[in-house]
Write a protein that binds this ligand. Structure first.
Ligand code: MG
Length: 500
């Protein structure tokens, strides 16, 4: 349901539906557009729910503040996994990562990747004549057959996987160069342009330039494609540790190295918005901003904040999977609007398919078209009224509907209230367990109070839906094999290897 009200981006966290401006200010919202929209997806790595201004963060983020004021803020938007590769697989395919066989984070020794038969957003957009580009961290397989250029992207510039898979990680800083742990550590980190290694050994000074370089590429791409619809995917390396900001931002935020990298990400968003405006394609472009998972809390002062949400990256609590999400499309997405309806990254592909007029993939996907929420259509509600499931390491750890979230008994890593690390080095997690527990996310997004005993009907309903999900997608907690799981791509003997 849509409520007419004043600009609402400063309203409290939980709202029932997408709230928009008064109808008379939306005259352009119903204007017929003949041109299909450009799509820009900005995907931040490990950004916490409460790190940016529109979500209550204290780090200066004027460009994201403006994006929220000119667009829509989603307060209950979720990823399907709280870890990098799995989360990216879900975003780009519209499927649970469990369905496409991608779990956790692929390392430099991985011999797998997103299966070439999976249909990515880029491939879907290409079917409609879009130009496509990915500038940032890929992390869905680093050997040539898995790279973005073989998954629908015309252009790629960036890292094949995470920037901490790097021999110079601060965790090794006190070790002598020939120490055994260092030798067993990661190979040199490569930087790729297309499928070509353009830097075989990225240094810290070079990591500090990545945000700027991705942004320059993005702006250049926008300028080159003013006359052709495009899909631009910017999965930034930062704010994942180790943290590096360019000299223009290092030491400038007043919030330490983490604040500096957030500030530079904010600058990058502003540069992309400015390029759209300069090109006269502001009104023709949907920009979506979100994060792949919550803050990596063990890194302490080098981690973000999930605010009042429980836990962070790596867990299926809201701090791990609820991400700060903004959408902007002047004239179509109401300015200053807030959507409290539940939506997720698996919805991005089917939504884009609808907006660009592309056919959905032939195989099964899990997301829904949320364009009615995005465009604030009257009475629009979450398409996930029935169900959404959360897998970690093949375990179905939690399920939810638009209001209720049921955790199944599982173990998770936590600081347990203890301090995080310092100087770029992590503090150790310990393992704790949660039993069967039901949370009312509307009343208790921080998952503090188990209300299973008071709502046995809700527990039974979600358990029945979870049983069906296990039969479809499997579950290591119960030893269930899934009938609807598709395999990840495997490196075959005849395949080319990425060497650097
Ligand atoms: Mg991440």
């Amino acid at each position: 349901m849509i409520r007419a009200m004043r600009p609402t981006y400063l309203l409290p966290l939980v709202l029932g539906a997408c709230a928009a401006l008064p109808v008379d200010t939306q005259a352009t919202a119903t204007a017929t557009k003949t041109r299909p929209p450009n799509i820009v997806v900005i995907f931040i790595d490990d950004l916490g729910y409460a790190d940016i201004g529109p979500f209550g963060g204290g780090i200066p983020t004027p460009h994201l503040d403006r994006m929220a004021a000119e667009g829509m803020k989603f307060t209950d938007f979720s990823v399907s996994s709280a870890v990098c590769s799995a989360s990216r697989a879900a975003l780009l395919t519209g499927c649970y990562h469990q369905r496409v066989g991608i779990a956790g984070a692929l390392g430099p020794d991985a011999k797998s990747g997103l299966h070439p038969d999976e249909v990515t957003i880029a491939e879907l957009c290409k079917s409609k004549g879009y130009a496509t580009a990915c500038f940032g961290k890929w992390h869905l397989g680093h050997h040539p057959k898995f790279l973005p250029t073989n998954q629908g992207f015309d252009e790629f510039y960036g890292l094949p996987y995470s920037n901490d898979m790097w021999p110079l990680h601060p965790a090794y800083a006190d070790l002598p160069p020939d120490a055994a742990k260092r030798k067993q550590g990661y190979p040199p980190l490569p930087l790729l342009d297309g499928e070509r290694v353009v830097d075989a050994e990225v240094t810290g000074e070079e990591q500090a330039l990545l945000t700027r370089q991705y942004t320059e590429r993005a702006v250049d791409f926008i300028e080159r494609h003013r006359e052709q619809p495009f899909f631009l995917y910017v999965p930034h390396t930062m704010v994942h540790v180790p943290l590096f900001a360019s000299p223009e931002f290092a030491g400038k935020s007043g919030h330490g190295p983490y604040g500096d990298v957030v500030m530079e990400i904010d600058w990058s968003v502003g540069a992309i918005l400015a390029a759209l405006q300069r090109g006269g394609i502001d009104d023709d472009t949907l920009v979506l901003f979100t994060s792949d998972n919550g803050p990596w809390l063990s890194y302490g002062e080098h981690a973000g904040s999930a605010g009042a949400l429980r836990e962070g990256k790596g867990t299926m609590f809201e701090g791990g999977i609820r991400t700060p999400t903004l959408a902007r499309w002047p004239g179509r997405v109401p300015a200053g609007s807030v959507c409290g309806e539940f939506a997720a990254t698996i919805d991005v592909l089917p939504t884009i398919a609808r907006l660009v007029g592309a056919e959905l993939p032939q195989h099964r996907i899990d997301g829904f078209d949320i364009s009615p929420l995005l465009l604030a259509e009257p009475e629009a509600t979450s398409p996930h009224r029935l169900f959404c499931c959360y897998y970690d390491g093949g375990q179905l750890q939690a399920v939810r509907d638009a209001r209720w979230k049921l955790h199944f008994p599982h173990r998770y890593a936590t600081l347990g209230g203890g301090p995080g690390g310092s100087n770029g080095r992590p503090a150790p997690y310990r393992t704790e367990s949660i039993g069967l527990a039901l949370f009312d996310l509307r009343a208790d997004p921080g998952e503090t109070t188990d209300v299973a005993a008071a709502h046995p009907d809700v527990v039974a309903r979600l358990q029945a839906l979870a049983a069906a999900a296990r039969a479809d997608l499997g579950d290591k907690l119960t030893g269930t094999a899934g009938q609807g799981v598709r395999p990840a791509g495997k490196l075959l003997p005849e395949d080319a290897l990425m060497r650097w």
